[in-house]
Design a protein around this ligand. Sequence first.
Ligand code: OGA
Ligand code: ZN
Length: 359
Amino acid sequence: MGKKIICLNKGKLSEFKLHSIWLRERLNGSEFVDQNNLQRLYEPSLLDDNLLINTYSVDANILNVEFSDGAKGSFNIDNLYNEIKNIDVIPEKKIWDVNNHNLEIFDNNKIFDNSNELIKMLKVFYKYGYVIIKNTKAEENEVINFAEKLGPVRSTNFGKLFNVVSKPNPNDLAYTTLELTSHSDNPYRKPVPGIQLLHCIANESTGGDSSLVDGFSIANFLSYNQPEFYKVLTNTNVTFRFTDIDTILVDEAKLIELDHNNNFRQIRFSGRLEYAPLLDEKKLDLFYNARKYMFKLCNSDEFKIKFRLSKGMIAMFDNLRLLHGRTKFNPSTGFRHLQGCYIDHDVTEGKLRRLLNPN
Ligand code: OGA
Ligand code: ZN
């Protein structure tokens, strides 16, 4: 008589009750899944509800199973364990501030000739939320060439790439010589672009220095040190708005967005673009105090890592986690030209998973 549930008596999986359909759905032989794309060739919803495991055996790291519908196959025990325990190849995020962190710089001449170096770069990107790349060509469109080695670029109403130069009648204050305090880009978009790349073609003006801040580190600090502020910043929906001659983009969101487990999901912070709702006086006073406090942290020497992008360098950062900024610059002292583009997290995450699991 077969069993619906099996328990292995030793090894990594011995703490789990393995269900017949759960295992059956994971058979990956050519009669079950297409060997090119690993997609199922049958409807798992149509499996027999009373499916049983007729026989099973463990041979080192392999579990062999025969099911009551005649299907059989084997499973790698480590893979099942990692799946059950949610053990992922994407590194965990490590929050940082300037006291415990040095700037992470990679060499463009190494990362694409060597998959180990690219893996290292992508892992650092996931840990700290950014990487700096040096030795790219200081030429127009190089940011797209670089990004497309990772995957597709996300176009927006700014185009496939945007030019950060000071220009008359700009549709964004980035295209002026003004200081940009720590901010995230495009919080008004649905969805917000996941990753930003900024490539330096020329940075010969005085000023125009760059900075990055770990927004999750700020959120963490607020949660421990200013719980009232943290509560209001994680609960108040504010409006973000972009307006130009072609379009008006609007979204509502919290400055600090949490997921269902109360982990940090996303930071949106851009004083240029943000409007609080008309709450009652006490609530608004509290929100404005909280926002001011967050602004001060985001622009403090404690949290802001400062550096200068020189020509040929790219800053690639998680726009859902980090904030970025620049000091004002004086165009009469030299030319400054950056080009930027956005990519989605699918691109870097998918690339890293593929590199870590080669065919
Ligand atoms: C931007 C921006 C920074 C810079 O274009 O979004 O923040 O260094 N630019 O000019
Ligand atoms: Zn920006």
